[in-house]
Design a protein around this ligand. Structure first.
Ligand SMILES: [Zn+2]
Ligand SMILES: [Zn+2]
Length: 396
């Protein structure tokens, strides 16, 4: 990238170098806007090192000293969207670019907000502590799930472990050496399981990151752009709904949909409505979630048995209940091997494992893989789905 590129652009526009009032350059990497230098650029040959390359001066030299301004490519993109594109008219705005990595830029109070220089780097916010490794070697960052580079790295890791996917065959057929966005699109069309899982994870991570930003900053708009963004990213409403339950990645291979599942106790909606309170019905039959720290049993420590509030089946015993701090009754193990049925839940832009009563199909909550030993599982259950039966005092 040098002045000859700018010259070509100028002549293509039928102008002369003397007509150029100034040049703006957006480049990936670490940018010193005042000095006009670039370093540590991940995908620009010649700019990958830690030493500063004076790109601004190099370009200006061939342009009779026309003014050259340099900034991070994503910040430049958000400036463009704000001034001329989808972000026009907003005073508080986040732009997120999902590509090889995940970058972002913030407009706060009608100004590009730089912080100490790196503000807006939403790609390196943590969505899953201790989770997947990011391009910077740290763990659980949004980019580790939603950046194309790390999605490819994860796909390669899974293939090494023996998992099947057509992603790399599609890549070769398309004559690519990387999993470009077109490769992902084709794999999704062909219902490739691994591609779907990884894209689901990307959507979940993005929704989680954006929900946190929205809760913190209460923005007027969030613009999501970049190579891997299609119409399938359903992010609407994530600003509030995601906070109701702690998000987590679950690795469930179970993909059947719950609507087609059969349970021993089958009642009509009207029958359930008659039997359950409106709150119970919303959770058990409509898969709702009670607010954290509001349920009847989140803090219950008494000894006894937890039954399904719909059918009375024994689901959990107090010995396996633990204080997870999440605001819902949490157990590390069900009362029996077959009392709980699991299903993959893709709602709210997350991938979670739903748990249901095996007898009546009533929705109970979700199971996460961050529980205590001996199982390492956390069954996060709505109080509204449970009926507690306290153990009677032993009689002499
Ligand atoms: Zn990172
Ligand atoms: Zn039940």
């Amino acid at each position: 990238m040098n002045s000859s590129m700018v010259m070509r652009g100028v002549s293509a526009a039928g102008a002369a170098v003397s007509d150029v009032a100034g040049v703006g350059i957006g480049a990936p990497g670490t940018i010193d806007t005042a000095a006009g230098t670039v370093s540590s650029s991940p995908n620009l040959p010649g700019f990958q090192g830690a030493e500063d390359v004076p790109l601004g001066a190099m370009v200006a030299a061939g342009l009779d000293g026309a003014e050259v301004k340099l900034d991070n490519d994503v910040r430049v993109a958000i400036l463009g969207e704000w001034k001329r594109g989808a972000g026009r008219g907003f005073r508080n705005l986040l732009g997120v670019w999902v590509g090889t990595g995940v970058g972002g830029g913030l407009i706060i109070d009608g100004k590009l907000f730089q912080g100490q220089g790196a503000a807006g780097e939403i790609g390196h916010t943590i969505v899953e502590p201790g989770g997947r490794v990011c391009s910077d070697g740290r763990k659980g960052h949004l980019e580790a799930y939603a950046g194309r580079g790390q999605m490819e790295a994860e796909a390669r890791r899974r293939v090494k472990k023996g998992k099947k996917t057509d992603l790399f065959d599609i890549m070769e057929r398309k004559g690519k050496t990387r999993l470009a966005s077109g490769v992902w699109a084709t794999a999704l069309e062909k219902k490739d399981e691994m591609a779907r899982e990884l894209v689901d994870d990307a959507v979940w991570a993005l929704a989680t990151g954006l929900a946190s930003v929205q809760n913190l900053l209460s923005l007027e708009a969030i613009i999501v752009g970049g190579g891997l963004v299609g119409g399938s990213l359903a992010l609407a409403g994530c600003g509030t709904s995601l906070t109701n339950e702690p998000p987590a990645v679950s690795a469930s291979g179970d993909t059947h949909s719950t609507t087609s599942m059969q349970f021993p106790i089958a009642k009509t909606d009207a029958e359930w409505q008659k039997q359950l309170t409106p709150e119970q019905y919303r959770v058990l039959r409509e898969k709702g979630t009670e607010q954290a720290f509001t349920g009847e049993f989140w803090n219950t420590k008494a000894a006894g048995t937890y039954r399904c509030a719909a059918c009375g089946e024994v689901l959990f015993v107090s010995d396996t209940k633990f204080d997870s701090g999440c605001g819902w009754p949490s157990f590390y193990q069900p009362a029996g091997t077959n009392v709980i049925t699991e299903a993959s839940d893709h709602s709210l832009g997350m991938v979670r494992t739903e748990v249901m009563c095996s007898k009546c199909g009533g929705h109970l909550g979700h199971v996460f893989e961050d529980g205590p030993q001996p199982t390492g599982l956390r069954y996060c259950i709505n109080s509204l789905s449970l009926k507690f039966e306290q153990k009677k005092e032993e009689k002499k």
